[in-house]
Design a protein around this ligand. Structure first.
Ligand code: SAM
Length: 330
């Protein structure tokens, strides 16, 4: 183990999001245009060996949590092979996945067998019509089937269901999603809509805040706050009658940048130190040009030294990130 990876503001980096592909089989309105985006050419996408090498170097500097994401990570062929490689990497103690769940019905078993221990499934509506409206795909039953398949593996816990909260859309979904958290062993979390949509339609008044959703839920079911880890992105609540757990990820109304311990690796091998970065650090070129582990470590430390203090969504003159959510890896 080498010295910890610390940024210029004293935050220690413990968590890495790895995008395994920028492609997706959904076209969620708050994320990607209907026609998709220009995909990264396949030979520009990091191989499993390249990803594993970078994770090994980062884990030696204290990165413990690795979350696989995309695009849709389950469209990357042989993903369980990568999970197996990463779960065998010394220092990686928490390996998780964020998925739209549509392929989980067939992949949950192989992923668990390969060492996956946590999954987040994105789900914005429990109504077939409204699910299709927001994702532009008629796939609600497959996502629910994927969740049920995940539930069959007790190794895979907690199962989190993530819902992006958009004003004028999500209010109607809140009671059914809260009920889902009460009925099934899923932690349902509402995530505020962020200005990371490729269509650039985000406006501040389209953000349905965690506070507003909490008020809707509490009209029917009182909630009690559960203490969360300092680096946690979510505020956690249990239903006062003991029936389940709800979370709120409030990056817009209650930014948590001061405790941010995350960095991100894009599918094409660029390191991003903030979701809202305007600048990326190329790791793919040195990796492919034969850089040593020491050289990669120096580059990673240099990049992390430049980690942004905070996103500036709520400040005048906010400038959007240089890429949209699916291209970064949410
Ligand atoms: N395809 C996978 C999925 O659906 O979970 C992983 C990638 S997706 C980009 C990761 C998460 O980002 C999803 O929960 C998605 O809903 C969320 N997301 C996408 N665009 C967003 C936005 N503009 N604001 C907030 N969350 C967003």
């Amino acid at each position: 183990m080498t010295a910890p990876l610390v940024d210029a503001w004293g935050r220690e980096i413990k968590s890495l999001r790895v995008s395994v592909t920028d492609r997706c089989n959904f076209r969620c309105r708050y994320c990607m245009p209907a026609e998709g985006l220009e995909w990264v050419p396949r030979d520009e996408v990091l191989s499993f060996e390249e990803i594993t090498r970078l994770v090994r170097v980062l884990a030696a500097m204290g990165v413990e949590e690795v979350r696989l994401t995309g695009g849709e990570p389950l469209v990357r062929r042989d993903l369980p092979a990568l999970v197996e490689m990463l779960s065998a990497t010394p220092g990686v103690t928490d390996l998780s996945l964020t998925t739209n769940g549509v392929l989980l019905d067939r992949l949950a078993g192989p992923l668990v067998e390969a060492g996956l221990r946590r999954a987040n499934v994105s789900l914005d509506s429990l109504s077939h019509v409204r699910f299709a409206e927001i994702t532009r795909r008629d796939a609600l039953d497959r996502v629910l089937g994927g969740l049920e398949e995940a539930e069959r593996y007790p190794e895979l816990r907690p199962i989190k269901v993530n819902c992006v909260a958009v004003k004028g859309f999500t209010e109607e979904e809140v009671p059914a999603l809260a009920e889902l958290a009460r009925r099934r062993p899923y932690v349902v979390r509402f995530i505020e809509f962020m200005p990371l949509d490729a269509d650039e339609v985000w406006r501040e008044d389209e953000v349905l805040t965690g506070g507003e959703i909490r008020a809707i839920i509490e009209q029917r079911w009182p909630l009690e706050e559960i203490p969360a880890k300092a680096s946690s992105t979510a505020r956690r609540f249990r239903f006062a009658d003991g029936a389940g757990e709800i979370g709120f990820v409030n990056p817009v109304s209650e930014p948590f940048c001061s405790a941010c311990d995350r960095i991100r690796l894009t599918a094409d091998g660029q390191l991003r130190t903030c979701l809202f970065s305007r600048r990326e650090w190329d790791l793919k070129t040195p990796l492919r040009e034969g850089a040593s582990d020491d050289e990669l470590e120096r580059l990673l430390r240099w990049a992390v030294q430049h980690k942004e203090l905070k996103h500036r969504i709520n400040e005048p003159g906010f400038v959007r990130a240089s890429r949209s959510m699916s291209q970064i890896g949410g």
